[in-house]
Design a protein around this ligand. Structure first.
Ligand SMILES: Cc1cc2nc3c(=O)[nH]c(=O)nc-3n(C[C@H](O)[C@H](O)[C@H](O)COP(=O)(O)OP(=O)(O)OC[C@H]3O[C@@H](n4cnc5c(N)ncnc54)[C@H](O)[C@@H]3O)c2cc1C
Length: 396
């Protein structure tokens, strides 16, 4: 371990906050901390704008009627405010609120969960029965009994633009961001954290924020949180019809019994229609991920599922990209102080649905790193929940 730093002798650099990992979450944390006046240094192992992590692929769904757990809704309401704030600060267009259509049988847990969250938080969603959904979107091929929920404030976030905007606002507020520099070690004591990097760079900080995306496995493991990286492929097609242009068709998520998992996607914003299965792929370490695309294995099943729902959408294949989910056992995030280390904050395990929250995750992590506490209700995202489960299992 090379983590002894002699700052007084001029080795290493003393800052308030070191952020390790500059994907969506780390870039947002760096921005929030530096906007609050902290001296921030951020580090990423790859070059700026790289596509090896989880924050790329031109579109991420954003929605508020959160079927996964209504406890996310207050965080989402704040996330929307902060996305709009980021747009103002950066001058970039990040949000495209073109609506989000959830479709499935009336008793689908996804539709039921979304309805419950909408009721609990008085969110506006429109229920469409089979006939109304067909009248609204006449090209759709619906199965008997399928209904829809349309969330007008749903839509998409553009991940590459969002990450770039976080970084440029952070730098404008004084943050120093370093790329191609991997963190190799950290050691926390009562007064701060010593961090070392692959190029020999060292830093001493008051607090460290770990936002390592799919590379969080070892860190989380030491904190008692099981997590695995899962390969997920996003596919783009050229449609044969203009019915799926973004001005006419919303983002969607389809829960259909004949599919292995839900199919979701985006209308054509100029790059074709994009679709993917949600949470369907092999488990692989982030450094072993197979990035090459096998059309028969990766593209054909998505094309078939898309055509069966949106005829003409998958007329010809354009491109596909493999990306990684970082999945926890309950598919909820981990945003917390590292167990036993009050000056280390972990943001990880976003389980394939975290991007829409990146704006508020930065705010929460900045609260934890700078103030030691947050006003946001994140008890259900605490790292300790898995230890509690293990203890309970042991008691039985
Ligand atoms: C195909 C796909 C579709 C998705 N769809 C949606 C969606 O529709 N809606 C939604 O809300 N969410 C979605 N998600 C989830 C969302 O994209 C992720 O939750 C989010 O991007 C995670 O961001 P991150 O910053 O945690 O990870 P990353 O973007 O992977 O960032 C982690 C960074 O840490 C860096 N790093 C790792 N190790 C080190 C080290 N030792 N030192 C320095 N740097 C290091 C990496 O280089 C990387 O840049 C999707 C994810 C995928 C893969």
């Amino acid at each position: 371990l090379k983590s002894v730093i002699d700052v007084e002798n001029g080795e290493g650099m003393e800052v308030d906050i070191v952020v390790a990992g500059l994907g969506a979450m780390g870039s947002s944390v760096a921005m929030h901390c530096s906007l609050r006046g902290a001296r921030v240094r951020g580090f990423d192992r790859f070059e700026r704008g790289h596509a090896y992590g989880s924050s790329n692929g031109k579109s991420r769904i954003i929605r508020q009627a959160y079927y996964e757990d209504a406890a996310y809704v207050p965080l989402l309401l704040r996330a929307y405010e902060l996305w709009e704030d980021l747009e103002r600060r950066s001058g970039e267009r990040i949000l495209h609120l073109l609506g989000l259509l959830l479709a499935g049988k009336e008793d689908s847990p996804i539709l039921q969960g979304a309805l419950a969250a909408a009721r609990q938080h008085a969110l506006h969603i429109e229920a469409l029965d089979n006939r109304a959904m067909h009248a609204r979107y006449p090209t759709l091929r619906l199965q008997p009994g399928e209904v829809g929920l349309l969330e007008p404030r749903g839509g998409l976030v553009v991940p590459e633009t969002a990450v770039r905007a976080f970084q440029s606002v952070a730098v404008g507020a004084g943050a120093e961001l370093h790329f191609g520099t991997a963190m190799t070690d950290w050691r926390a004591d009562g007064d701060g954290v010593d961090v070392t990097f692959a190029d020999g760079e060292r830093a001493r900080a008051d607090a460290l924020v770990l936002a390592l995306g799919p590379w969080s496995g070892a860190t989380l493991d030491c904190a008692g949180v099981p997590m695995h990286a899962q390969r997920n492929v996003q596919v783009w097609f050229s449609p044969a019809t203009d019915a799926y242009e973004a001005s006419r068709f919303p983002a969607f998520l389809l829960d259909r019994a004949s599919l292995p998992v839900p199919l979701y996607g985006f209308p054509d914003l100029g790059d074709g229609v994009k679709a993917a299965f949600h949470g369907y792929g092999i488990v692989a370490g982030p450094d072993e991920l197979e990035r090459s695309i096998d059309e028969e294995r990766d593209v054909a099943p998505v094309a078939r599922a898309l055509e069966a729902w949106m005829p003409g959408a998958a007329a010809s294949y354009r491109e596909a990209k493999a990306c990684m989910y970082s999945v926890t056992p309950d598919e909820n995030f981990v945003i917390d102080r590292y167990p036993g280390k009050s000056n280390v904050v972990v943001c990880a395990g976003f389980s394939g649905h975290g991007f829409k929250f990146a704006s508020v995750v930065g705010e929460i992590a900045a609260d934890l790193a700078l103030d030691g506490a947050t006003r946001h209700r994140i008890d259900f995202l605490r790292a300790g929940r898995f230890a509690r489960e293990r203890d309970a299992a042991g008691d039985r």
